[in-house]
Design a protein around this ligand. Structure first.
Ligand code: NAD
Length: 483
C-alpha cells in the first residue's frame, strides 16, 4: 500500500508526503531490516492538519450521530474485507505472531470502531427540575482533538482512541507510533471510501519528540488522549496542564499475578503463562511479577519454568509460533539490560535470559528467550520498573496480607490477576489492590463498556465505554425559568 514503501500522512483528505520531504526508516524486527519509510512530520504538517480539522469541524459535529456511526461502520467493514492484509502488515511491522494479529489485534480494531459507532448514539444529557428553574445538559465535542498511541498494539490502540473521538463528533489529529505506523497508514487510505468528509480524520506520522511534542503544545488542540510510557505521559501532562488542556493518560504497568494455593492449578498455570508472555510480554496488562503462595511455590516454579522454556519462539509468520520478535533492537537491548541487572541484583535465572538467534529468514531478528527469574527482593529495580518484554519474576508470599502488600509495592497500578477458588478471598483481595482492573481467575478479558485505566504511575483518567465519549466532550448546562 505504501507507494515505493513510503508511508504518507492523511491531511485534509489528501494522502501527502511530509512538508519537509524527510523520512526515516521503519524496521521489520523479525528480520532486522528496514522495509518502509516513515514521514518525519513537523509543525508545518501539523498546522495543515489542524486547519483542515477546524474547517471540517462544523460539518462533522452537525452530522446526526447515526450518520457518523454509518461512516465509522463503513470503515470497520473496509478493514474487515482486508483483514488478512492488515494482520500480515501488523505482524511484519511489530514482530508479533501473525496468529495474534488475526485473532486479536485486527478483529479488536474493527470491534473498537463498531462499538463506539453504536455508543456514540447513546450519549445523553441530564435534566434537573426545581421550583424556579428547569435545566438540562448538553454534551458537545471540542472540535479538534488529538490522539497519540504506542507500538505494542498498534492498530488496536490507535482505533481505541480514534473511535470515541470521532463518535463524539470531533475531528481528529491521530499520531500512531513511529515504530509501527503501517496499519494506521493503511486505515488512513480507506477514509475517503468510508465516507469521511475531508479533514475529519487526519493522521500525522513521525517522531514523538518532534511531531508528538508539537501536538502537545499546539494552541488549537484542547484535548489529548495519550497511551504510552509513564515518562512520556508526565511530559505531555506537564505541557498540557500548563496550557489547560484536557489530558487522558494510559501509562505503564508492573502487574502482579497472584496465585493462591487453592487456585485451579492448570488454569492458574496457563493464565500466568499467557499473562507473562503474550505479545512477547509487551502488553501494558502483562503480569510481570508472579506472586505464589509459599505452600505451592516450589511446585509452581518447576511447572511454570517447564512451560515457559517450551514456548515456541520464532518466525512470527509461522502458525506454530507463540512468541515472535520484540519490537526493535533498542527495545531488545533494554530488555537484555534488565536481565543483566536482575543478575547483579542477585536474581537466579531459571530459564531463558538471552537473545535467541532464529535460523533462516529471521537470523538477524530481535528475539529473546522467555525468561523466568526468582530470588529477588520485591524492592529491587527488576521488581519495581517496567521491563515490557518476555521476562517475569517469581516471588513467594505467606498469606493474603503479604500478597496484597507485595502487589501494591510498586509505583504502578494498572492491572492484577488473582487466582483462587475462594469467592470471599477474591472479593477481599480485589478490593485491596491498587489497580484499575483486577481479574479473578482470568486475564485480559475485556468488556468494552467497562472503565479502563490505571492508578498511581499507570495513568490519569479512565477510558472505555461512555467514559471515553465523556472525555472527548464538554458538558454544558442550559438553565431556564421553570414554566
Ligand atoms: P512511548 O511513550 O515511547 O510512545 C508512545 C507514543 O508517544 C508514540 O506515538 C510516541 O511517538 C509518542 N511520544 C514520544 N515522546 C513524545 C513526546 N515527548 N511528546 C508527545 N508524544 C511523544 O511509549 P511506547 O514505547 O510506544 O509504548 C510502550 C509503553 O506504553 C509502555 O510503557 C506500556 O506500558 C504503555 N502502554 C500503556 C497502555 C495502557 O493502556 N495503560 C497500553 C499500551 C501501552
Amino acid at each position: 500500500m505504501a507507494q515505493g514503501n513510503k508511508i504518507l500522512n492523511l491531511i485534509g483528505g489528501e494522502l501527502a508526503p511530509p512538508a519537509s520531504g524527510d523520512y526515516f526508516g521503519n524496521e521489520d524486527p523479525a528480520i532486522g531490516q528496514i522495509y518502509s519509510e516513515v514521514p518525519d512530520s513537523d509543525e508545518k504538517d501539523l498546522d495543515a492538519a489542524v486547519d483542515a480539522a477546524e474547517k471540517a469541524a462544523p460539518v462533522w459535529r452537525n452530522m446526526p450521530a447515526e450518520s457518523r456511526a454509518q461512516v465509522m461502520n463503513n470503515l470497520a467493514a473496509l478493514i474487515e474485507k482486508r483483514q488478512e492484509e492488515f494482520a500480515r502488515a501488523e505482524c511484519v511491522d511489530n514482530g508479533k505472531p501473525l496468529s495474534l494479529c488475526r485473532n486479536i489485534d485486527i478483529p479488536r480494531s474493527i470491534a473498537n470502531l463498531r462499538f463506539f459507532a453504536e455508543a456514540g448514539k447513546e450519549m445523553e444529557g441530564e435534566t434537573f427540575r426545581a421550583e424556579k428553574s428547569f435545566s438540562y445538559t448538553l454534551r458537545q465535542p471540542f472540535g479538534v482533538v488529538a490522539t497519540i498511541s504506542p507500538w505494542n498494539l498498534p492498530l488496536l490502540l490507535f482505533t481505541w482512541k480514534l473511535a470515541p473521538a470521532l463518535a463524539s463528533g470531533n475531528c481528529v489529529i491521530a499520531k500512531p507510533s513511529e515504530i509501527t505506523p503501517m496499519t494506521a497508514y493503511m486505515l488512513s487510505t480507506l477514509a475517503e471510501e468510508a465516507g469521511f468528509p475531508k479533514g475529519v480524520l487526519n493522521v500525522v506520522h513521525g517522531r514523538g519528540a518532534k511531531i508528538g511534542a508539537a501536538i502537545t503544545r499546539h494552541p488549537k488542540i484542547p484535548a489529548i488522549s495519550f497511551t504510552g510510557g509513564t515518562v512520556t505521559g508526565k511530559e505531555i501532562y506537564g505541557t498540557g496542564s500548563r496550557l489547560l488542556k484536557k489530558v487522558s493518560l494510559e501509562l505503564g504497568g508492573k502487574n502482579p499475578t497472584i496465585i493462591f494455593d487453592d487456585a485451579k492449578w492448570d488454569a492458574a498455570l496457563k493464565g500466568a503463562l499467557a499473562s507473562a508472555f503474550t505479545n512477547q510480554g509487551q502488553i501494558c496488562l502483562c503480569g510481570s511479577r508472579i506472586l505464589v503462595q509459599q505452600t505451592v511455590y516450589e511446585r509452581f516454579r518447576e511447572e511454570f519454568v517447564e512451560l515457559a522454556a517450551a514456548q515456541k519462539v520464532g518466525d512470527p509468520l509461522e502458525d506454530a509460533t507463540a512468541q515472535g520478535a520484540v519490537v526493535s533492537r533498542a527495545h531488545m537491548d533494554k530488555i537484555l539490560g534488565y536481565i543483566n541487572l536482575a543478575q547483579e541484583e542477585g536474581g537466579d535465572i531459571l530459564c531463558g535470559g538471552r537473545r535467541l538467534f532464529v535460523k533462516g529468514r529471521c537470523k538477524q531478528g530481535y528475539f529473546i528467550e522467555p525468561t523466568v527469574i526468582d530470588q529477588l527482593e520485591a524492592s529491587c529495580r527488576t521488581n519495581q520498573e517496567e521491563i515490557f518484554g518476555p521476562v517475569v519474576t517469581l516471588l513467594p508470599f505467606a498469606d493474603e496480607d503479604e500478597a496484597v502488600a507485595l502487589a501494591n509495592s510498586t509505583p504502578y497500578g494498572l492491572a492484577a490477576s488473582v487466582w483462587t477458588e475462594s469467592k470471599e478471598r477474591a472479593r477481599n483481595v480485589a478490593a485491596r489492590i491498587d489497580s484499575g482492573i483486577v481479574w479473578v481467575n482470568c486475564w485480559n478479558l475485556r468488556d468494552l463498556r467497562t472503565p479502563f485505566g490505571g492508578m498511581k504511575n499507570s495513568g490519569v483518567g479512565r477510558e472505555g465505554g461512555l467514559r471515553a465519549l465523556e472525555f472527548f466532550t464538554e458538558e454544558k448546562t442550559v438553565c431556564q425559568p421553570a414554566a
